[in-house]
Design a protein around this ligand. Structure first.
Ligand SMILES: [Zn+2]
Ligand SMILES: [Zn+2]
Ligand SMILES: [Zn+2]
Length: 327
């Protein structure tokens, strides 16, 4: 997975274990617990538990190499990559490639390519172990590494956003329909794909696959809605003197925000955050372009006739709905 797929947006709960060429490697605490569970679960595969531990650690070393593939590729095209997170569902490289389809494509494709390169190396190790190793441990270990690389490659290139394959699909579509419509299409396919994977998880009783499908569906659905909003809002008039502090886009002049109290749609910026229907004042608003939730006042100068309430952290986040949504 890469930046757009980040399931954990902050490094909370994660420990920095290494730094290589300016890239910090973090490990989430839950990794150790899942690791212990995984190691004990397959304790009969080897003659010694040490091999199980080595296998699990090597699995994550391979995932780490995959993430470094993303990170270095991203840097090679002028992007930034400073953090990698390992957690029980795999790895996340927090990469920000330049907003060009070619740069995105290379940053994403480099991850699975690492596995494609490692695959024959691990297989050669297996063939060598089969012929020369004295016991079955080395052979089983090398075979497992081969399978791990094969599975990581095949699984990650499935065209199901936010998996790498889904992001590769998005980068390719970008050449034809631009950055936003390509994301709408890829994320939409991602939602459908996650539901299918979720079905397979229920069918096979695979908890790990189920958790992965759940996270994937969440990320894909969120991206689908955001990018669809962007496509819809791109054609609208923008409010002069207002801009999102995160992405710089001016909010569209439309009833794109929903009141948390009465659920009516209204234009937050036309009335200083006060709902015309129920008079509730919302202090924050989601940017329809980038999805960042910020104080209404941070977007720009407000009319002085209505004084917004003090920032209230307990106010539920606005649900940015598409301007075309039924009222
Ligand atoms: Zn990846
Ligand atoms: Zn924004
Ligand atoms: Zn209201």
């Amino acid at each position: 997975m890469t930046d757009a797929a980040r399931p954990v947006t902050k490094m909370s709960g994660a420990l920095r274990i290494a730094r290589f060429r300016g890239i910090d490697v973090h490990v989430h605490w839950s990794w150790a617990i899942v690791g212990a569970f995984e190691v004990l679960k397959r304790s009969d595969a080897y003659t010694s538990l040490a091999w199980n531990i080595a296998e699990y650690v090597t699995l994550f070393a391979i995932v780490l190499l995959h993430e470094f593939g993303h990170a270095f590729a991203c840097r090679s095209v002028g992007g930034t990559a400073e953090n990698i997170l390992l957690w029980p569902l795999g790895g996340v490289a927090f990469v920000q490639p330049p907003q060009r389809p070619g740069a995105q494509l290379w940053s994403i494709a480099a991850g699975p390519l690492v596995n494609l390169v490692l695959l024959p190396i691990a297989f050669a190790g297996y063939i060598a172990a089969k012929s020369f190793a004295p016991d079955g441990n080395v052979e089983h270990f090398a075979l497992t590494l081969t399978v791990i690389n094969g599975v990581l490659f095949v699984f990650n290139i499935l065209p199901i956003y936010p998996l790498d394959g889904g992001q590769i699909l998005r980068s390719v579509l970008w050449y034809f329909v631009g950055p936003h419509k390509s994301l709408v299409a890829a994320a939409g396919i991602g939602v459908v794909g996650a539901i299918v994977i979720g079905g397979i998880a229920i069918w096979t009783g695979d908890i790990w696959l189920g958790v992965l499908a759940f996270f994937g569906a969440n990320v894909a659905w969120r991206q689908f809605r955001l990018s669809r909003n962007r496509v819809l809002a791109a054609t609208l008039e923008r409010r002069v003197g207002f801009a999102c502090t995160s992405c710089g886009e001016g909010p569209p002049v439309t009833d794109a925000w929903r009141c948390a109290a009465c659920t009516k749609h209204f234009d937050v910026f036309a009335c200083a955050g006060q709902c015309p229907a129920c008079s509730r004042v919302e202090s924050s608003a989601v940017c329809v372009y980038c999805g960042v939730n910020a104080l209404v006042t941070s977007y720009g100068t407000l009319p002085t006739t209505i004084v917004p309430t003090a920032p209230d952290a307990s106010v539920p986040a606005f649900d940015a709905t598409p301007p075309a949504a039924p009222q």
